[in-house]
Design a protein around this ligand. Structure first.
Ligand code: SF4
Ligand code: SF4
Length: 135
């Protein structure tokens, strides 16, 4: 009987260890999936405007078309195109009242935030305080 219990414990350990490791590696993604909400309401706090925003060609073209020069907003980091930040660490287009100066031409990443996709799962980025509060 004792041997059987030991075998069961070993088996449980074999099954549980990879699951625990997976949870530890993907805990942020799991939290984001759990936080998904279709009726998310942005509180316009501007917190997300301090994250690094990657720009694609279309984003750059849209911002230029809205009347801004590349020098004003484009920064190269490790060969990537990033939206520039000001001295306070926020996007150069964030107004003092936390509104976006290029709202109609804002990059795709800004339009999608805080929504995220993980393969077939949908999530909400928990770095957003409004999302975090609902978790
Ligand atoms: S951090 Fe969240 S609540 Fe604040 S502006 Fe961004 S999306 Fe809206
Ligand atoms: S482009 Fe607008 S929404 Fe995007 S980070 Fe800058 S201020 Fe925020």
């Amino acid at each position: 009987m004792q041997e059987l219990i030991v075998e069961i414990i070993k088996l449980l350990a074999i099954v549980a260890t990879p699951l625990i490791l997976l949870f530890l590696v993907f805990r942020r993604e799991i939290a984001c999936i759990k936080a998904y909400s279709e009726d998310f309401k942005c509180e316009k706090c501007g917190h997300c405007c301090q994250f690094s925003i990657l720009l694609n060609k279309q984003d750059i073209q849209n911002i230029i078309s809205s009347g801004h020069s590349k020098e004003e907003f484009l920064e190269k980091k490790n060969f990537l195109n990033i939206l520039k930040k000001d001295k306070s660490g926020f996007c150069v287009f964030l107004n003092k009242d936390k509104t976006c100066n290029i709202y109609e031409a804002r990059p795709k990443t800004c339009r999608k935030f805080p929504y995220l996709n993980y393969l077939v799962f949908k999530g909400c980025d928990t770095r957003c305080p409004a999302v975090k509060r609902k978790c």
